[in-house]
Design a protein around this ligand. Structure first.
Ligand code: NAD
Ligand code: UDX
Length: 478
């Protein structure tokens, strides 16, 4: 089972960067990334490397180096599957919106479609690898579709055979290239040693042997869901204590440092914030909740569901306290929103806490000036389900009397701050740490408020600039 040609179905946040790094580390392999979405593929093939469909630090340089050599992006799904020894399935697995399991179970229709495509187009022996995050026992579904296709084939010459492996991805957005180049571990679950070994040989090009973990296929599928659930649980835990800090005079940064120094607890994922976002945590926990209920374990399901509930509550808590501090009303007030992405160094807004917090403030009649260094205006409009104002507020003083919430896409931090009653920092972009608060204070309407939901601003400098200040989990100042 020597691997020469790899096809990855799905050119998204996982498929694109993962295959780019494999192409870079394994120059002898040919890697084809295919997708149904023509625009996405067009963007991956853009000669302006700042216009790739995904922003990840370091990604553009590697794509520049490998594209057209051993890394190719196309819509040629049939041809590339036919040619592949190994197919990664790296398609979206969102929460089901309708029918049985709606709101919790993963929608596997894209994964099923991939299995059918591989069953139809593949030739000879193909190793099919689950890269998407999937419910435990999905490999069973994939196998049954694949095996149904080769049972019909009696001609030995053109016989199709398959192995199915699970190889979940643990990269984080914003640090995807670093995570892929130096992973904590690579997890491979499977049944047949030969197939596992073939996939190991790809990773061995750059990952030390001791970091490649082999398990049975069900453990691998479940380990991915569990890793995300544990990480998200830490965030909900620290955010719950953050609220208690605000009520008692404690400081969440000090509490985090104190508990994180215990090597049994560890210091990572203890940064309190507006609540976890991103495409994975909520969906994967809800999937775990669905599976637990399905297997007759409602107590387990309730335990994990509370992690998502607390996250929702935390976002609501922040929008409510902002309204309260602004004298009980934000109607007609200009509010600067700094950051819309779900975390820094990505243009991804999926499940961003900014979406719910902005919606709450719009509902209260605020005029939001939203700034983000990487997120585009049309994405924000889609997320808020509201088109932006075409002209800036200064030409629309009458908006101050409007009861209806509106938003404007701020092209600069300065534009967002000018005349604002409050600044709400929602994403921890580096450039927000360099704001000159004296200058900002002169630009804003008095009395002005700064809300730091990420705890990245310097309280002394802000307070010295005659600005009111709130930051998450700080009981000493709130
Ligand atoms: P994504 O939505 O960015 O990309 C998925 C792509 O698959 C889309 O471009 C879509 O057009 C394409 N696609 C869907 N069905 C197809 C088909 N039948 N044929 C060809 N193309 C098809 O999703 P993503 O963020 O890359 O996530 C993919 C999987 O990886 C999910 O299961 C997710 O849970 C998991 N994951 C994501 C991350 C992350 O940080 N985003 C990290 C680890 C794991
Ligand atoms: C996550 C997992 O970390 C990754 O292993 C998995 O493959 C995909 O899902 P991602 O969602 O890209 O990655 O980013 P992550 O760094 O985990 O952050 C998720 C959310 O939690 C962000 O909104 C982030 O701001 C928030 N977060 C993270 C905190 O609020 N506090 C922390 O201490 C860490």
């Amino acid at each position: 089972m020597k691997i020469k040609n790899i096809c990855c179905i799905g050119a998204g946040y996982v498929g694109g960067p993962t295959m780019t790094v494999i192409a870079d580390k394994c120059p002898d392999l040919q890697i084809d990334v295919v997708d149904l979405n023509e625009k996405r593929i067009e963007d991956w093939n853009n000669n302006d490397f700042t216009k790739l469909p995904i922003y990840e630090p370091g990604l553009a340089d590697i794509v520049k180096r490998r594209r057209g050599k051993n890394l190719h992006f196309s819509n040629l799904i049939k041809e590339k599957i036919e040619n592949a020894d190994l197919v990664f399935i790296s398609v979206n697995t969102p929460t089901k919106k309708k029918g049985v399991g709606a709101g919790k179970a993963s929608d596997l229709k894209w994964v099923e479609a991939c299995a059918r495509q591989v069953a139809e187009f593949s030739k000879g022996h193909t190793i099919v690898v689950e890269k998407s995050t999937l419910p435990v026992r999905t490999a069973e579904v994939i196998k049954s579709i694949l095996f149904a296709s080769y049972n019909l084939n009696e001609d030995k010459e053109t016989e199709k055979t398959f192995d199915v492996l699970s190889n979940p991805e643990f990269l984080s957005e914003g640090t995807a290239i670093k995570d892929l180049e130096n992973p904590d571990r690579v997890l491979i679950g499977g049944e047949k040693e030969e197939a596992i070994e073939a996939l190991c040989s790809v990773y061995r090009c750059w990952v030390p042997e001791e970091k490649i973990l082999k398990t049975n296929i069900w453990s691998s599928e479940l380990a991915k869901l569990t890793a995300n659930a544990f990480l998200a649980q830490r965030i909900s835990s620290i955010n719950s204590i953050s609220a208690l800090c605000e009520a008692t005079g404690a400081d969440i940064r000090e509490v985090s440092r104190a508990i994180g120094s215990d090597t049994r607890i560890g210091s990572k994922f203890l940064v309190s914030g507006p609540g976890f976002g991103g495409s994975c945590f909520k969906k994967d926990i809800l999937n775990l909740v669905y599976l637990s209920n399905h297997f007759g374990l409602p107590e387990v399901a309730n335990f994990w569901e509370s992690v998502v509930e607390l996250n929702k509550w935390n976002q609501k808590r922040i929008s409510e306290l902002i309204v309260k501090k602004l004298y009980g009303s934000v109607s007609g007030k200009k509010i600067s929103i700094l950051g819309f992405a779900f975390k820094a160094n990505t243009n991804d807004t999926r499940e961003s806490a900014a979406i719910n917090i902005c919606k709450d403030l719009l509902e209260e009649g605020a005029i939001l000036y939203i700034h983000d260094p990487k997120v585009e205006s049309n994405q924000i409009a889609k997320d808020l389900n509201l088109e932006p104002l075409k002209e800036s507020f200064t030409e629309h003083e009458s908006l101050r009397n409007s009861e209806i919430g509106n938003w404007y896409f701020a092209n600069s931090i300065r534009e967002s701050l000018t005349g604002a009653d409050a600044v709400i920092l929602l994403t921890e972009w580096d450039e927000y740490t360099c704001i000159d608060w004296r200058e900002a204070s002169n630009l804003m309407r008095k009395p002005s408020w700064i809300f730091d939901s990420r705890s990245i601003l310097n309280p002394e400098k802000i307070k010295a600039s005659c600005l009111n200040f709130w930051r998450i989990g700080d009981g000493s100042i709130n």
